[in-house]
Structures are given as C-alpha cells and as structure tokens.
Ligand binder design. Structure first.
Ligand code: ITT
Length: 183
C-alpha cells in the first residue's frame, strides 16, 4: 500500500521517500486542502490531512506536512507564515533582516499528520540552528540560510539532512508508530 503525500513541495517528498524507503512507497498528490489559521502546525496539518483523506477517497492513507522557520530574534516569525514569506520577501531578504540582530538562533519545526480510516495522528519534529548568509545548492526553501554543526542544510545530502532535521525527527516518530501499529 502506498502513502499519498499531499503536498506541492517536491523537496518534502524526496525526504519522506528517502526516510520511508523499505517501509512504504510514497506517492506525491497535489491537492489544495484548507490551511486553517492557527499557531499550531499540528492543528493545521491534522485538519489538512483529514480533509484530503475525505476528499481524495479512502483507498490509501494520506500524509500532510506543515512546516515553518521560527527566528528567535523575530519572536518566531515567519513561523506558520513561512511559505508566504518565502514567496513574497524571499530567503535572502529574511536573512538580511535576521542579520541585523546579534541573536541568530532559529528553529525549524514540522508537524506531520497521517490520516486513514482509523483517524488522524500527528508527529512533530524540530531542530535548532543558526542563521547564516546563504550557502549550498541542495535542499529547498530556507535550507541555504540554516546552519547546523557548521553546515547549512543546503550543503547536506538528503540522508544527512534527515538524520538531524525537523522532518527527519517527525518521520522517525511516524515510522516508529507505524511499525508498532502494524504488529
Ligand atoms: P505544501 O504546503 O504544499 O506541503 P509548502 O512548501 O507550501 O508545501 P509549508 O506550508 O509547510 O509547505 O511551508 C513552509 C515553508 O517553509 C515553505 O516556504 C518551505 O519552503 C519552507 N520549508 C519547509 N520545510 C523546509 C525545510 O526542510 N527546509 C527549508 N525550508 C523548508
């Protein structure tokens, strides 16, 4: 059985596929679920996963991933609005904004929501890092300005990023739960 990953973001799919290879195949499905206004990524993801599962049909389970970059010096901005800010302000200008503050600490957070006939489960993951001037060609989104242990996430392979990233941690929690449930 495949899991339908409901997202327009190919980078998220690449990471989920890498992590879940050998567990379940991951199929990308584009469907514009309602993004509820909330400060809770889990609430947004759970709502989206439920809606997608109802609308797309019950044949296979769905996964939704709602993520954001939370900059400490900016009171957690752009947080749940990260996609909008990437499209409007852009990654380079967000860096310039963050650069003016001495505190360059930031967190990536993600909430994965899995929905099937039995209900909806959410799995969160986060990672702390430092904002830096853009470096690296890999990854996607804010990866070039997010440094962890001397490397930006755009300088890591998918496997390296998964080993330490917010999404990797959420995928790990999901995979554990999924395995236990199948026993
Ligand atoms: P979907 O909603 O279709 O899944 P999206 O890219 O709009 O795709 P989000 O709403 O979760 O996803 O957007 C979060 C923003 O944070 C968006 O600008 C992403 O590019 C960025 N982002 C999410 N995960 C990231 C990661 O692992 N590394 C860098 N940037 C990330």
């Amino acid at each position: 059985m495949a899991i339908r990953f409901v997202t327009g973001n190919a980078g998220k799919v690449r990471e989920a596929r890498e992590y879940l290879s050998g567990i379940e195949p991951v199929e990308q499905v584009e469907y514009d679920y309602t993004e509820v206004q909330s400060d809770s990524l889990s609430e947004i993801a759970a709502h989206g996963a439920r809606e997608a599962f109802e609308e797309l049909g019950h044949n296979e389970p769905v996964l939704v991933d709602d993520a954001g970059l939370f900059v400490d010096a900016l009171e957690g901005f752009p947080g749940p609005y990260s996609a909008y800010v990437e499209d409007t302000v852009g990654v380079e200008r967000l860096w310039r904004l963050a650069e003016t503050d001495e505190n360059r600490r930031a967190h990536f957070r993600t909430a994965l929501a899995y929905a099937d006939e039995d209900g909806t489960e959410t799995f969160e993951g986060s990672v702390a890092g430092t904002l830096v001037a853009p470096r690296g060609e890999g990854g996607f989104g804010y990866d070039p300005i997010f440094e962890y242990n001397g490397q930006t996430m755009a300088e890591m392979s998918t496997e390296e990023k998964n080993a330490i990233s917010h999404r990797g941690r959420a995928l790990e929690r999901f995979a554990e739960w999924y395995a236990e449930r199948g026993e």
